[in-house]
Design a protein around this ligand. Sequence first.
Ligand code: ADP
Ligand code: MG
Length: 227
Amino acid sequence: MEKQIILEARSICKSFYNPVKVDVLKDVSFKLSRGDYASIIGKSGSGKSTLLYILSTMDTEFSGTLLINGVDVKNKSDMELADIRNEQIGFVFQFHYLLNEFTALKNVMLPGYKLNKVSEEELEHNAFKLLKNLGIDGLAHKMAYQLSGGEKQRVAIARAMINDPLIIMCDEPTGNLDNKNSEIVFNIFKELTETYNKTLLVVTHDLDFAHKTERIIELDDGKIVDR
Ligand code: ADP
Ligand code: MG
């Protein structure tokens, strides 16, 4: 059976004007299928974050085509794009952006309130189950500021999963972690692709991490390097 294409970039180009035109992404094309575990690598300034910003529908000023689960995101309203992000994309960043004065459990629940598809009771149940799967249910009622860096990142991963997205996009998710915690995060992502059939797209400058993923997309000066 053909695998479902979750994300497809077709000839994406992006330029900044500051004030002269600088071409930052040049004809970027690739596809990600359901369950793929891919990393994006490249030197600083090669366009990784710019690309992720476009792929996550946050930046709509580009030429080319972006399909998310078969839907062309061009000409969607801001509201429609916000819905696509809420329902289909989970985010994990270098800095976790947890709300410090909320418990781990509440932090995981937050994107669920926004989506508003299940009762608060069910949402709490789902959040707890995610924390349990990540081995940190014991931390559910701790405040975010009481957690270590590695624990916070695991809470951020649970939060990214709460709306059951198709794809999780990450920008330097291990940038702030030691080797042991980086490996824990790598293995959690692997588990999400294998057990939950999630698609993982991870921007990273950690080559050890990247080489363990199934697929590497390398950017050099805004172009994909053939490998
Ligand atoms: P990476 O994440 O790979 O380090 P970026 O995507 O952040 O690279 O940046 C790619 C290039 O685009 C860099 O040359 C950067 O200076 C430029 N750039 C990024 N954002 C902007 C912006 N808002 N305005 C102008 N130039 C930008
Ligand atoms: Mg970057």
